[in-house]
Design a protein around this ligand. Sequence first.
Ligand SMILES: Nc1ncnc2c1ncn2[C@@H]1O[C@H](COP(=O)(O)OP(=O)(O)OP(=O)(O)O)[C@@H](O)[C@H]1O
Ligand SMILES: [Mg+2]
Length: 459
Amino acid sequence: MEPLIFVIDDEEDIRITLQGILEDEGYRTKSFESGEEAIEYIKSNEEPDAVFLDIWLPEMDGIEVLKVLKNKRPHVPVIMISGHGNIETAVQTIKLGAFDFIEKPLSLEKIIVTTKKALEFKELTIENQQLRSKVKRDVVDELSGKSKKILEVKEQIEKVAPTDAWVLITGSNGTGKEIVARAIHKKSKRANRPLIAINCAAIPEELIESELFGHEKGSFTGAHKLHIGKFEQAHTGTLFLDEIGDMSLKTQAKILRILQEQKFERVGGNKTIEVDVRVIVATNKDLKKEIKEGRFREDLYYRLNVFPIHLPDLRERPEDIPILIEEFIESFCRENGYKPIEFTKDALNQLLKYSWPGNVRELKNFTERMLILHSGKKVDVKDLPKEYRMESKENNVYHGINIFNMDFKTARAEFEKQYLIQKLKEANYNISRLSELIGLERSYLHKKLKSYGIQTNNN
Ligand SMILES: Nc1ncnc2c1ncn2[C@@H]1O[C@H](COP(=O)(O)OP(=O)(O)OP(=O)(O)O)[C@@H](O)[C@H]1O
Ligand SMILES: [Mg+2]
């Protein structure tokens, strides 16, 4: 949509002239006879991209209006219109945050140039705010890792980013889904447009629709004023719907319609709003299972699944662990002034065996914890927290077999077998010694070993 510019002046001639010039340049305009009207309008309607404001207004004067505007919409540039003879006042308005001023009689060229600069300024201000909030939240936009699986993900990002296709990102907790969403936006042609993120799981079900689509004033109790939803906020940019598996079926139906038509209505409204939004969704749920259990629309799934990106668990790509650790050490040291640490070979081996249920997030937190505890030192196995020292084999995996995927009987049999093989070895294949070692009757042991087909020295 073209930029919207307000003209606030009590003189009709000035309004007509300015609007004429601006519209010839292709901008949309809206004019007001008084500041009060403009302020009232902004409360519940689209905000302007720039404002032309007369210094001399009969009721609330331009300076007061400027103060209110700057307070309510600090990033909207305001250009003052000054009559000759009050240049001093005009200069004063700059100190109050006005972007610039133009003098009457109006000069066509000055108006056009100033408008262009003001619009650029607004873009920059917004970009700046986004950059700053990004730095604050320490969101790295790059996926680290060199495993085949991660390289594949990176390749998929490169391919899909420049298109407008919707993307479905799946993966367990902490595998980097948000990083992928941000990377796609950053590498897309919408990169300098807003990226609006919303976590569907964090918003109560009854508020989600209004958060996404906005609501009209008075559409339900508590809707005191018009609310612009995330879809409208993300217009020309990207909307990141996180935890989409937690969205209600009703909202899913609305989303499906947007996917097909890029159109929707605000809650309680009947005006159809068209938007140009690229949507990226993420979930850690198994959507196929959700479909089977009636919690996710199959048609929506197939529409979303056009470009799926799956993030593998960290344990499926252990070769990335040392690389990630090294990068986290470096960035934590740079930002927080810790002294670097180094893991011994044994410690690193231990970490490679660990199952990392919290994936990269857990690895990142672990690394910082180690930096705090062992700043500047070598970290050996004995320095690792207990849960990381336990061999995952002892923990839950028996020689590569995960007993937690089995029913009770099979799991118990598997455990007994592996346990006896190991202990028999420790007892030098001597059953009497084994009997002592683990506290079981010899005759019972014989039976057990035989049933599992384990060879002994027969003594
Ligand atoms: N490949 C990676 N390289 C560098 N940092 C990563 C990588 N993957 C994840 N991280 C980091 O791990 C943390 C978790 O990542 P992110 O929030 O993207 O995960 P997620 O999949 O969205 O998790 P959740 O399902 O819990 O929302 C973040 O601090 C992120 O910076
Ligand atoms: Mg996430």
